[in-house]
Write a protein that binds this ligand. Sequence first.
Ligand code: SF4
Length: 715
Amino acid sequence: MRETVTSTHCPYCALQCGMNLTPAADGRSVEVSERADFPVNRGALCGKGRTAPAVLSSAVRLTSPLVRSAAGTLEPASWEEALDRIAEGVGGARAEHGADAVGVFGGGGLTNEKAYALGKFARVVLGTSQIDYNGRFCMSSAAAAGGRAFGLDRGLPFPLEDIPRTGCVILVGSNPAETMPPALRYFTELKENGGTLIVVDPRRTRTAEQADLHLAPRPGTDLALALGLLHLVVAEGLTDEEYIRERTTGWEDTRAAAMAHWPEYVERITGVPVPQLREAVRMFCEPEHAMVLTARGPEQQSKGTDTVSAWINLALATGRPGRPLSGYGCLTGQGNGQGGREHGQKADQLPGYRKLTDPAARAHVAEVWGVDPDSLPGPGRSAYELLDALGTDIRALLLMGSNPVVSAPRAAHVEERIRSLDFLAVCDVVLSETAELADVVLPVTQWAEETGTTTNLEGRVLLRRRAVSPPPGVRSDLEVLHELAARLGGEGSPEKRFPADPEEVFEELRRASAGGPADYSGITYRRLAEENGVFWPCPSPAEPAEPSEPAEPSEPAEAAVHPGTPRLFLDRFATEDGRARFVPVSHRAVAEEPDEEYPVLLTTGRVVAQYQSGAQTRRVDELNAAAPGPFVELHPRLAQRLGAAEGDPVAVVSRRGRAVAPARITTSIRPDTVFMPFHWAGEGRANSLTNPALDPTSRMPEFKACAVRLEAVRP
Ligand code: SF4
């Protein structure tokens, strides 16, 4: 008898909660039930995960390709016609303006197989360097800072299960109570075990309410905050000198930079009182084990990489990284934010987290792909820079798994750039705000309708399984790339190098990643199914590497098989000399400080019932009932000055645009700051306001702080 319950994972955030799916009687939708055997969420799901099946059978689900007609409307078309139109639009731009006139934009929600195939498609079939993805807007600053400190970026270098067993966690700019609720239990268990939680956030969020200590700096000043804490660590003789000597380099310059940031100076910059700084240092340094975890707060800044480096420096000076139950980690946001940044859809990257500028990496990957290494283009533009170049250098765009009209900074400008393209093709499950602007829209399969792998925030590679057939008329992203390769690839049957079967793609990804920093070569679909996920790096038995520790929690399927690496850096860091690198950093202001004209800081973020640009979650009634629209969160003092009452429409105006949303008045936010969630389009679009000032290293835009003014909106 056919097994009808499928064990799989949620389509949304980086926690990748396990869930069971059972096809409903209609054969199209599925019912979600608890999957207690998956250790990360142990059966718990948030409302987004529970209601995810609603998008499968949504009335607004796309089930036919759409092609823009001569009259300017999107009309249903056959797959052949739609694919031919893409080949024509993309091929025409390439023929007329060169390969780099074609851009490709991916997403951190794409499976590893899709991210890999998309990067390969861009470089092998299109020959373009112009590929990047929306993950650039997610955790790229933490990735850059982790890479330069430890020689390797894996969001968490230890499993979440270590959190309850440490002594203190400093959680910087993260609100798991809303962004990934099942993860909150790791922090409540930490407290139940006698540990302490320090939350750094300009808002008193639901997570901050549970903290033993809440530090509320002005947005964009947490670099200074970390320096102030490090100053006190040094001044109070709490550095771990033996660890610094044995396991790090570069301490003296970092120490000098920290000593220039006196606590009183830091209080003036951040607004965090000195006694709170001292209390944080005491709480962090007293226990044997402690962790610093960052998320989008410190990362989405024009100095995000340096800000994360400042927090890593604090962890290093106190001897935390690379020790059991201790260290630094980043809580990645998007569903496959980790795997999506490893396999080649990033502008400067080849699969296995290899660098596109490394001749050996180019040679290895080119051999797997069956092409000349010299034919591979070099690094291209970062996400915002790519979007900014649309309609000028870039004439045609293929977009998969992203909705930049809502999610990009300075969104009205990005929308204008998209409109100026000669040709736009979008693959999506619904007609997103970006898809509405396309010349061709292809309806593609969703999580429960396809098989593929993702890599969660712990670096645990997981198997998402198909539980139900897609609706007629819908194809997978891999099938789309297969078909487009046949049309655009020229001679030599290139479509054969773009299999539509996900396991076949994964087998190729294994070979392409072999020997790279993110080595998946020892991972197979069978192992993922049997072992409930495998942590990378996991080299194949043919290319053995030393794991940092013995296998856990599961035993390898065969004796010769590498067990995977749940915990990194226990023996050495991934740098050439095996030591972690301090990076000296100093405070600098946000790119756009408040002034007379724009006197308030805007910060943006998420709410529990919506996800990212809302393209999927805004189609779910239950989620819309819980979070029906945007709002402007402001302090009563600010509301009083404005003359606004709860629910009154408030206009928020920046140098880039204007957004209007109802006031939500609360003392949980600083009086000099307003907050808007970014899930909605239209007049409440928060990203109409945000500043695309880029971090010089990660090219991350400054989503978290820009200067605005508020205006009352009179009826
Ligand atoms: S926490 Fe994240 S992965 Fe888990 S159910 Fe919610 S959205 Fe899905």
